[in-house]
Design a protein around this ligand. Structure first.
Ligand code: FES
Ligand code: FES
Length: 168
């Protein structure tokens, strides 16, 4: 016997148009989908990580129009018409970004789970403050939690990336 007495209501889909890592896209996406689920499950970009699922760890950070945003608490349709950048867009022409290189060189990653979110948050910071102080780096990364590194290496990596200047 069937419980609940009926068919599930189909979820309405809307066309989502945005620019993702420099490329225009449009996808039919249910209007209740979170940005992180759109990125990971619709587009297949799994570099953006789900940590706390509640806006508290920063693992899911992406850039929306150059500003770090938590994709686990952002509806996908809020990104319509905007420029979205994820960790997959950081390297260009097979060359790691200055932040990716610095995180590697300064051991800013250990387990690496927080790293995509850290790098996107740091990228947003360097775009608005090209030569940040240590206090500004701490503040810029204050929404991002790392359980491995103790933050010292991450801060050194961001300083090194800033010193590298505006190189790709
Ligand atoms: S997964 Fe988004 S803030 Fe933790
Ligand atoms: S490197 Fe493991 S959580 Fe940051």
């Amino acid at each position: 016997m069937k419980c609940g007495g009926g068919e599930a209501t189909p979820v309405a889909k809307m066309m989502l148009r945005l620019t993702l890592n420099g490329r225009a896209r449009e996808d039919a996406v249910a209007d209740n989908v979170l940005l992180i689920d759109y990125l990971r499950e619709v587009v297949g970009l799994t570099g953006t990580k789900m940590g706390c699922d509640g806006g508290e760890c920063g693992a899911c950070t992406v850039l929306i129009d150059d500003e770090p945003r938590l994709s686990c608490i952002t509806m996908a349709h809020r990104a319509a018409g905007h420029r979205i950048e994820t960790i997959e867009g950081a390297a260009r022409d097979g060359r790691l970004s200055r932040l990716q290189r610095a995180f590697h060189e300064y051991l800013g990653s250990q387990c690496g789970y927080c790293t995509p979110g850290m790098i996107m948050a740091a990228e947003g910071l360097l775009r608005r403050a090209p030569a940040p102080s240590t206090a500004e780096i701490r503040d810029g990364l204050s929404a991002n939690i790392c359980r491995c590194t103790g933050y010292t290496k991450i801060i050194e990596a961001v300083h090194a990336a800033a010193a590298a200047g505006d190189t790709p």
